[in-house]
Write a protein that binds this ligand. Structure first.
Ligand SMILES: [Zn+2]
Length: 201
């Protein structure tokens, strides 16, 4: 019989997502007591041969402070064509083009085995592509030099309109949404040959 650990591993393999916790805090007080913040390590562009490309925009929760995405954990009422957000419990109407949905005709985002999907957004005026580098600085000089070269190469291949962020972690975690700022905090690895304001997020 599969153990809980097997179940978690299986989900991680399928979704390419690893969470810091396997359960969601039930209350606000519980969430403030967590010694490790709730976070997810996501594998972008993970290959899923079992999943068709999702060529439409996600359906979002209508509550301004929430904006969670419709997912298989949401409660759906097919008769009234509404869904209840599993994060904030807001009841939302499905958009017009979901009028034909039913229990036997579900969109991909409601199918339980598609617990992680990647949307190919259709709307115009999308935000620029964002690259976030996460760098472990606990390495010897030689490795850091190689890492610097790899980063320089990666940055040279990034489209000029892309936004870049950098998180470094060693003795301290340095998180900067503006790469220029991080250069001053990370002289061992940087400076990279970037103009100060060419990459910001
Ligand atoms: Zn919500």
């Amino acid at each position: 019989m599969a153990t809980w650990q097997d179940f978690i591993n299986q989900n991680e393999d399928r979704d390419g997502v690893r969470m810091t916790w396997n359960v969601w805090p039930a209350t606000r007080i519980e969430s403030t007591k967590m010694v490790v913040p709730l976070a997810a390590l996501v594998t972008p562009l993970k290959e899923r041969p079992d999943m068709p490309p999702i060529c439409y925009d996600p359906v979002l929760c209508g509550r301004t402070q929430c904006r969670a995405v419709l997912n298989p954990m949401c409660q759906v009422d097919y008769r009234s064509k509404t869904w209840t957000c599993n994060f904030c419990l807001q009841r939302n109407a499905f958009p017009q083009h979901y009028a034909a949905i039913s229990e036997s005709n579900q969109p991909a985002e409601l199918i339980s085995q598609f617990s992680t999907i990647e949307y190919q957004l259709q709307r115009s005026g999308q935000a620029p592509v964002i690259f976030l580098f996460v760098v472990d600085t606990c390495q010897d000089e030689e490795n850091l030099q190689a890492l610097k070269e790899s980063l320089q190469l990666s940055l040279s291949l990034i489209p000029p309109t892309a936004l870049v962020g950098l998180i470094t972690f060693g003795k301290m975690v340095c998180m900067r949404s503006n790469l220029h700022l991080c250069i001053t905090h990370f002289p061992l690895l940087l400076p990279l040959s970037l103009s100060p304001h060419s990459h910001s997020i």
